[in-house]
Design a protein around this ligand. Structure first.
Ligand SMILES: CC(C)(COP(=O)(O)OP(=O)(O)OC[C@H]1O[C@@H](n2cnc3c(N)ncnc32)[C@H](O)[C@@H]1OP(=O)(O)O)[C@@H](O)C(=O)NCCC(=O)NCCS
Length: 138
């Protein structure tokens, strides 16, 4: 059975590994992450970063063994209600756009994306293959 909960200090190394395996960066504190726990492993994690006008998902990842089993949707459904009225945005990477569309996001303007994320995408050498697309939960 998979359940979502706030990550604890002892989950840090598993969260860091999961992110690294998927080419994503970790940032403290660990308690900012909501994890999907499956027995003794972590099936996925999400962190939602607050900004003045929006909240941005940075990052969301599901371990490859658990993909297409509803874990990504479960993590979003757990984390989005905590956005306190601020719109939730994401810069989708590659194939993940289909997932975000399936769970209720639509394409948005880059202007909605916080500066640091926009700059990160602008400077990223993988931009052409990643094809990042800003999206908003509506
Ligand atoms: C993208 C990701 C988070 C999706 O998580 P997941 O647990 O596999 O997704 P779910 O099983 O909850 O799927 C929810 C819905 O999205 C659909 N979906 C999932 N992945 C999809 C994809 N690549 N393309 C199209 N639809 C997809 C599912 O079919 C499902 O639709 P349904 O509810 O109508 O049946 C996961 O594949 C992942 O971590 N990928 C690598 C990292 C990544 O790209 N993260 C996003 C960075 S922006």
């Amino acid at each position: 059975m998979i359940k979502t909960e706030t990550a604890k200090p002892e989950d840090r190394s598993q969260v860091v590994n999961l992110l690294m395996e998927n080419g994503m960066d970790y940032s403290d504190p660990i308690e900012d992450f909501t994890i999907a726990r499956a027995n003794h492993s972590i099936a996925g994690c999400i962190r939602i970063e607050p900004h003045a006008t929006v909240k941005i998902i940075r990052p969301l990842v599901v371990a490859s063994a658990y993909r297409k089993t509803g874990v990504g949707r479960l993590l979003l459904e757990t984390a989005i209600p905590n956005a306190n009225g601020r719109p939730v945005v994401i810069v989708s990477r590659g194939e993940s756009r289909g997932f975000y569309k399936a769970v209720g996001f639509s394409e948005a303007d880059w202007k909605l994306i916080p500066d640091h994320q926009r700059e990160e995408c602008n400077l990223c050498p993988e931009r052409p293959s990643c094809n990042p697309v800003p999206m908003i939960y509506a």
